[in-house]
Design a protein around this ligand. Structure first.
Ligand code: SF4
Length: 156
């Protein structure tokens, strides 16, 4: 079994500020995941051609803007398409993606005001993956992800 995982959660320095979110995934959790499935690291914002570091971005309406007001929607859309391509290429039907990100977040994202306010909605990549039948879990849903992996395993 193979799962897509946000590269920043794996400790790769692809976050907007050049750091990572590795601290959100405890080493024992990562080890367990590695034993359960093959991990395919993805960073939609890098796939979309954005630099690293870069200005933070948030979704506002149907578009994505950085904190200077520059429209980055096309890069986010490209990153989503490239990430879906990776999912299809490696046969991933599950993904573990960073919560609240304008790319990776599922169900909850920042609201576009750059005030750390969270609202309902999907990041651009999470949305495309979900529309293509890929289950998306966040870092606070490891137990649910492991159960889904187990279910998939027993289904053969
Ligand atoms: Fe992490 Fe996703 Fe943002 Fe890349 S796009 S830094 S993988 S949350």
């Amino acid at each position: 079994m193979k799962i897509l995982v946000s590269a920043c959660l794996l400790g790769f320095d692809v976050k907007y500020d050049g750091s990572n979110n590795g601290g959100l995934l405890p080493p024992e959790t990562l080890e367990l995941l590695k034993k359960t499935a093959d991990i395919i690291p993805v960073c939609p914002e890098c796939f979309g051609g954005l630099s690293c570091p870069r200005s933070p971005c948030e979704i506002s309406g149907r578009k994505v803007f950085d904190s200077e007001g520059v429209d980055k929607t096309e890069q986010f859309k490209k990153g989503a398409v490239q990430t879906l391509k990776a999912a299809k290429m490696f046969g991933c039907s599950l993904a573990l993606l960073k919560e609240k990100s304008p790319s990776c977040g599922a169900k909850k994202i920042y609201d576009g005001t750059f005030t750390h306010t969270v609202t309902e909605g999907n990041g651009i990549t999470a949305d495309l993956l979900l529309k293509n039948g890929i289950q998306v879990f966040g870092e606070s849903q490891i137990q649910e992800l492991l159960e889904a992996l187990q279910k998939q395993d027993s289904a053969g």
